[in-house]
Every structure is written in C-alpha cells, then in structure tokens.
Design a protein around this ligand. Structure first.
Ligand code: ASP
Ligand code: MG
Length: 413
C-alpha cells in the first residue's frame, strides 16, 4: 500500500466539472489501495482575482491582510474536493495550513516553510480517509496566515511528501509533462520520460514554468520522487529524480528561451578594487536578482560592465545604477529593454567536452550574434537579440535534441 501525495493545479480544479474529474481520479487511486493526500491550488484565476480586489482598494495593500485574503482561494477548492469525495462514498477531510502546523517565517507573500507536523494527517490516513490540504499557505509563529509565493502549492505538496516520507509526489497540471523545449514555440519538442533534479532546477530557473523552483529544490534535498502529469488525460508524465548513468548519455535534455530579460551596460568604469561591489551592492539590497555579468578586459584603466536582470526589475535597476555610475565617475549607462536568453541544459555536459563550442557553431550557422555567454556545469546560456530568440531555440533544439549523432558526442554506448 503506497502513500501518495497528489497536487492539482488551478486549471485542474478550475470548475465544478473539473473538481468532479479530480475526485474520480483520486477515488480510483484510493480504490486501488493507496493512501492518499491531495493538495489543491485555488480554482483557475481565483488568486489573481483576489489580488486585484485588494489593489482596487489600495495601491499597496498590507501584506498580512493580503495573505488572509488570497489564502481563501485554496480553502474553497480543498473543501469542495472533500465534499465531492464524500458524496462518492470516500471518507475525506480537508485541512488548512494552521491545522497541520505548516510553520513558516513571517515574510508575508513569500514565506518559507520551517516545519510541518504531520501527526494529524497520519491519524486521518490510518482512519482510512483521503486527506485534502489547501496549498500555498502556512502559519507563522504568532499564528498569522502566510502565503508561500505564487505557484507554491507545488511546494506544499513536496513538503508534505517529504514530511510523510511518501512514496511519490504527483503534480497534476494542464500539460503532459516536461518538454525538451516549449512545445508552443518549438514544433519538434517532445516530452521527456525522466529528468534529473539538477536539470529541472536549471529549466525551472530558466523560465520553464511546469514546476515551481523551490519545490524542486526541496524535492532534491529530501529525495522525493516527483512526477509531473496532466489531469486531463492518462499520459504518463515526466519523472523528476536523481541522476543516473543513462541520463549522462544525453548531452542536452532541454532548450529554454527566456524573453523576459533586460541588459544593462555601464561604460567607462575605472578598473580598481571595490567598484563591482559598489555597483552590485545596492542592486542586491533592493532584492533584484542579477543573472549574467560580464566585465571586459580594461583598456586605459577603464572597463565596461554588462549584466542582465528580469525585465520587471529594469526601471528600479536603472535608477540605482545611474546614481552609482555618476558617484564613481563612470562614463555612462546603456540598456536594452528586451533581450533573449537561450540556454541548453543537460547533465551529460559534465562528462562531454565541446558542447559550448558546438552551440556557438549552430548559432553562427544561423548568423545570430552572441552578446553574452554564461556557463555552469550542466548549462550554457547565451544572450542574443530578442528577435532571434525563437530561431536560436529551434536551431539548438534541432542540433542537440533532434540529432542523436550529436547527442552522443561521438561516443558509442
Ligand atoms: N493559487 C496560488 C497561485 O496562483 C498557488 C498555486 O496555484 O500554486 O499562485
Ligand atoms: Mg502551478
């Protein structure tokens, strides 16, 4: 008898019909003998609707009250699912975060989970019930309601799976799994059967929105086997787990495109110790994440610094950087509002050389100019002109993912 944690996202519980369909699926698993914990998101669009209501009353609503408000979305879907399961003859009980002591810090809107007390869940499972849990929410030390960040019902599910030592955590959504590239943009994209935690982390960080980033981090830390599946069909989905040898044979598991990046250049920065800290310190303090950074070799004791930030952070970044630039006597600040970041990801890069070089060849073949480059052990990212982003992604997908000869990089296995 397995213990399974399932999580259903907003579209999966987006209407009464959908909630019935989810209840049928849960009922089937229960009938097969599994012990079931089910985490739900708010019904599709509900969280946005609630945020909007608050913003109609106040430009910057109080974060504590906002959490009281937006946490209601999950309360509704949890209760509705429990009601439906009961009406099908399956004992079910719904819980909010404070009832399960999903303890978090007090960072409203982006709280971090500190601990979970699963005793009550275990008790109800023993009593034969399906346990339904409202995702996305927690409770702080004072007993105030917190929320864990957008998309964080995934995190609730993984945290519960870890605390309960569940056999698997199944994330149900409206796509069939994790794809080698965005199937809407890349016609040859195909679904992966398996992907490693590390690759998934890179893909999630690069904007592949199937799984929330922190939930993958947590799954890796506690070794929770994850599967991403559609609640709209019976397709098998993609397993996310520990790396194994067969994964190494595949050089590139996925190609990601991020069009939500901006590029900022500070020109004529004096080349002396402390200036990078002066520039990036205030940006970090403002909570802005800087992604790629390059500093050119200096000529005449002066250098250019270029970096990328999320497009939503561009205005704030420019305000900060212009101020520092004049303080330190730099010659100017330039920016490009939209650039494309294209990345290839694969654990096979750890053991195969020449991947970056091949990537540059492919881009050169399409006459795409590379503006910035960054690499990690299992990823190579380049920044290119936004209008070539999709072309770059497709070319790289054709070269690395569609082409077995290159995947195996000359080795026979
Ligand atoms: N309902 C929340 C959101 O829309 C949490 C989630 O769906 O995972 O962000
Ligand atoms: Mg989601």
């Amino acid at each position: 008898m397995a213990l399974i944690v399932q999580k259903y996202g907003g579209t999966s519980v987006g209407s009464i019909e959908r909630i019935k369909a989810v209840a049928d699926r849960v009922a089937r698993c229960k009938r097969a003998g599994d012990r079931m914990v089910v985490v739900v998101s708010a019904m599709a669009g509900e969280t946005n609707r609630l945020f909007k209501l608050a913003s109609e009353l106040c430009e910057t609503p109080d974060p504590r009250e906002t959490d009281v408000l937006v946490a209601t979305g999950e309360q509704v879907s949890a209760a509705l699912l429990a009601i439906r399961l009961q009406s099908l003859g399956f004992p079910a009980i719904s819980f909010l975060a404070d009832q399960l002591r999903i303890a978090t810090d007090s960072n409203h809107g982006r709280a971090r989970i500190k601990s979970i007390e699963p005793a009550r869940v275990i008790e109800e499972l023993h009593a034969g019930k399906v346990v339904v849990v409202a995702g996305y929410q927690g409770v702080d030390a004072r007993g105030d309601i917190t929320t864990l960040g957008r998309g964080a019902s995934d995190l609730t599910a993984v945290a519960l799976a870890a605390a309960l030592k569940a056999d698997a955590c199944e994330i149900y959504t409206d796509v069939d799994g994790v794809y080698t590239a965005d199937p809407n943009l890349c016609p040859h994209a195909r679904k992966l059967k398996r992907i490693s935690y590390d690759e998934m982390l890179e893909m999630a960080g690069l904007g592949a929105k199937v799984l929330q980033l922190r939930s993958v981090e947590l799954a890796r830390r506690y070794n929770v086997p994850l599967v991403v599946r559609s609640s709209f069909n019976e397709s098998e989905g993609t397993w996310v787990g520990q790396e194994d040898q067969s994964m190494e044979n595949v050089l590139v598991s996925g190609v990601a495109l991020d069009l939500n990046q901006s590029k900022v250049t500070i020109t004529g920065v004096e080349d002396r110790p402390g200036l990078a800290a002066r520039i990036f310190g205030p940006i970090a303090q403002a909570g802005i994440v800087v992604d790629m950074i390059i500093q050119n070799a200096s000529a005449d004791g002066r250098t250019d610094l270029t970096f990328t930030v999320n497009r939503d952070d561009l205005r704030r970044t420019l305000d900060l950087v212009r101020r520092v630039a004049s303080e330190i006597g730099a010659s100017g600040v330039r920016h490009e509002e939209q650039v494309a970041k294209v990345s290839i990801v694969g654990v096979g890069m750890r053991t195969h050389a020449g991947v970056a070089a091949r990537m540059f060849e492919v881009l050169a073949g399409e006459r795409i100019n590379i503006e910035m480059i960054a690499t990690s052990e299992i990823k190579v990212s380049v920044v290119v002109n936004a209008k070539y982003g999709e072309l770059a992604m497709r070319a790289l997908h054709d070269a690395f993912v569609d082409n077995d000869a290159i995947q195996f990089a000359g080795e026979t296995v």
